[in-house]
Design a protein around this ligand. Structure first.
Ligand SMILES: [Zn+2]
Ligand SMILES: [Zn+2]
Length: 233
């Protein structure tokens, strides 16, 4: 969109960037301004090749956790740290219902080389949670990624069979326990490579349980595509 039209829109929809406080100047990512959007904190270069956790030691390809127990997914592509503009964007999108941010968040992955996949599936929600929120944020992102990668989207291949507590309230081992067998694959995944899309990952426990359900249904490989990762200092 031309800058003149963007400015004109700004007169009708004035908003402040929640990250820097300056007027929002970019309709596609509004209220987050173009500068903050372009300066999201990417993950460090030295990350685990499987779960993408930042590594403290040079010259290794996997973190200790992934060496000890190989996850069901083979790798995950993460765009940014869950901080700054990305954190604001995810909160606006997920909790304030600014659904139009799904597309610009998903389109960040146009800059990243994604592994080949036969099918894109979102991390599902239970019907109850879906009714409460009104939309599945991972499905909206998965749809946008499917649009530009041309990889088919399936929203009913993976099902969440029971409610789980909010993961942010639980410690690592409790997360794994609470998610056990929470997902089920509804179709035959024999030999397929599946890309699972989610908005935020913390330990990777959700992605791993989704991957487990798909691998048990015959999937040859599961990869994750996740907008943001919590990075513990
Ligand atoms: Zn800003
Ligand atoms: Zn790892």
């Amino acid at each position: 969109m031309s800058r003149i039209i963007e400015r004109a829109l700004g007169l009708f929809f004035p908003s402040e960037c929640p990250v820097c406080g300056k007027p929002s100047d970019r309709s596609a990512t509004s209220p987050i301004c173009g500068v903050c959007w372009a300066n999201m904190t990417r993950l460090p270069a030295n990350c685990c090749g499987v779960c993408s956790k930042p590594l403290e030691v040079e010259g290794i390809s996997k973190c200790g956790d992934c060496y000890a127990t190989r996850p069901y997914y083979s790798t995950v592509r993460v765009y940014a740290e869950f901080s700054g503009a990305m954190k604001e964007a995810v909160h606006l999108f997920k909790f304030s219902g600014v659904r139009r941010l799904a597309r610009p968040i998903a389109e960040l992955f146009k800059d990243i080389e994604l592994p080949q996949a036969d099918l894109i599936v979102p991390v599902p929600m239970t019907k109850k949670r879906l009714t409460e929120r009104g939309f599945n944020q991972s499905l909206l992102m998965a749809k946008a990624i499917s649009d530009f990668t041309k990889v088919p989207l399936s929203y009913d291949t993976l099902i969440k069979v029971r409610e789980t507590p909010h993961q942010t309230t639980l410690k690592g081992s409790e997360r794994v326990k609470s998610l056990k067998n929470a997902f089920r694959s509804a179709g035959d995944m024999e030999g397929k490579s599946i890309a699972v899309v989610d908005d935020v990952m913390t330990t990777g426990a959700t992605l791993n349980e989704c991957a487990k359900a798909l691998v048990n249904a015959g999937a040859a490989e599961v990869i994750g595509i996740v907008a943001a990762r919590t990075v513990f200092q």
